[in-house]
Design a protein around this ligand. Structure first.
Ligand SMILES: *Cc1c(COP(=O)(O)O)cnc(C)c1O
Ligand SMILES: [Zn+2]
Length: 417
């Protein structure tokens, strides 16, 4: 299992102790000499590797770049991102019935989703490589983040979106930050197929989570959770529950924990169980976990109200499946109704999230009901995007405004009804 083993000497191709390793065949590549997204030899996924892995005492400052000792650069194109809240939700903790429940609200990043953490690193790498056009396929949030970070860096950005399936807030962001928006008559997976072709033909630098540098930024979610939870409770969480689309975050969390172990910063039994949640209409990862399959079967037809995770071909599955399995986690599918219920419950504690984000809480609820999660567990749910990303879904889930006459007595009368 070469992928799980990090013990490596820096190879000759390393640049300042950083290099790329193929997770399948182990081939090693220089990180910044050429543009490559997958292995030259076998076309599998690449992973960023480091000669030195830091423990918690190496981190200082705030946000993603607090963790520069675990990243390929000391600073990036920053807005700044990270340092998101780990909310207490006492009523929800009580209702679900776990020892401790915290909500890591990634919707509090600059463009309203965790994608910013990946972009601050990814766009820094793009500068290093000297490219002039950035591109991504997106269910919405990646395009918003790419547009903002590209604008910040003064680079041209191109985004491919599935026509009619992207929440309004996200398109508005990509548009105002100056991305060129191409609406594809297909789903997200088709958009990614096309943008991968464009990248291969040298038309643009690809900043989807297939790009291993994106995941380096995203692993700082795990670092923040581990540090914050430990500061509050003197222990690490037993489980982290997150929504899964392309499975980049799942892979990034697992990489975070492998590196912390390698650094001697945590023990094997400190590693939280990575628990993925998908919508019933787009659940190829759940299927693979339930069938104990080595590979994920691509779903051609996908549908869910949680458009951010409306994905049938999770490209990071080869990194994410071992992450779920090796940590003792699991994966579960939830219905759109369960997602909306959880979105309302979170909103009832003041935490405003978009539908995909609420899938984590919906999944935890279900796993607790089924007895898979036990009452003595400490759990962190990841909420990946902000409520305002999808104003239509929020308005539909919430109560309707009540029309009243322009008159105080009439208003009082209405309130008494
Ligand atoms: C991108 C995204 C996801 C899916 O994350 P993956 O890393 O692709 O699994 C989930 N929720 C929101 C809000 C997102 O923007
Ligand atoms: Zn390879």
């Amino acid at each position: 299992m070469s992928y799980l083993q990090l013990e490596e000497e820096a190879p000759a191709v390393a640049d300042d102790g950083v290099w790329l390793t193929c997770i399948e065949c182990g081939a090693q590549f220089a990180p910044f000499d050429d543009i490559r997204y997958t292995c030259d030899d076998c076309d599998s996924l690449l992973e960023v590797r480091y000669a030195d892995l830091p423990g918690f005492d190496a981190f200082e400052g705030e946000g993603v770049w607090r963790y520069d000792a675990a990243l390929p650069f000391e600073e990036g194109v920053s807005l700044p991102e990270g340092h998101t809240p780990l909310h207490r939700v006492p009523r929800l903790e009580d209702e679900i019935g776990v020892n401790a429940l915290r909500i890591k609200h990634e919707g509090m990043n600059p463009t309203g989703s965790f994608k910013d953490r990946g972009m601050t690193v990814g766009v820094r790498v793009a500068e290093e490589l000297g490219v002039d056009r950035l591109a991504c396929a997106s269910t919405g949030n990646t395009s918003a983040a790419l547009a903002a970070y590209g604008a910040r860096a003064g680079l041209e950005t191109l985004v491919l979106l599935p026509s009619g399936k992207v929440a309004a807030g996200k398109v508005a962001q990509a548009s105002l930050h100056g991305a060129r928006i191409l609406e594809v008559d297909g789903n997200f997976d088709h958009c990614l197929d096309i943008v991968q072709d464009l990248a291969e033909r040298g038309e643009a630098y690809l900043l989807n989570s297939l790009n291993p540098f994106r995941l380096e930024g995203q692993k700082t979610i795990g670092l923040e959770i581990m540090e914050r939870f430990h500061a509050d409770y003197g222990r690490f969480p037993d489980r982290i529950v997150l929504p899964v689309g392309n499975a980049g975050n799942t892979a990034a969390l697992y990489k975070c924990f492998r590196e912390l172990r390698q650094a001697g910063a945590i023990d094997a039994d400190d590693v939280p169980k990575i628990t993925g949640v998908q919508a019933e209409g787009a659940a190829p990862m759940v299927e693979a976990i339930e069938d104990d399959a080595d590979e994920v079967r691509r779903w051609e037809e996908v549908e869910t109200r949680a458009t951010a995770i409306r994905i049938g071909n999770p490209v990071n599955a080869p990194k994410a499946l071992p992450g779920i399995r090796e940590t003792g986690g699991t994966a579960i599918a939830v219905s759109d109704e369960e997602i909306t219920d959880a979105q309302r419950t979170l909103a009832g504690e003041g935490v405003g999230v978009e539908p995909a984000s609420a899938a984590s809480v919906a999944g935890l609820r279900k796993l607790r009901d089924e007895g898979v999660v036990s009452a003595d567990e400490d759990v962190v749910c990841l909420t990946t995007g902000h409520l305002l990303k999808d104003p239509d879904a929020a308005a539909e889930a919430g109560a309707d405004p009540e029309p009243v006459p322009n008159d105080t007595d009439a208003v009082l009368e209405h309130l008494d009804d």
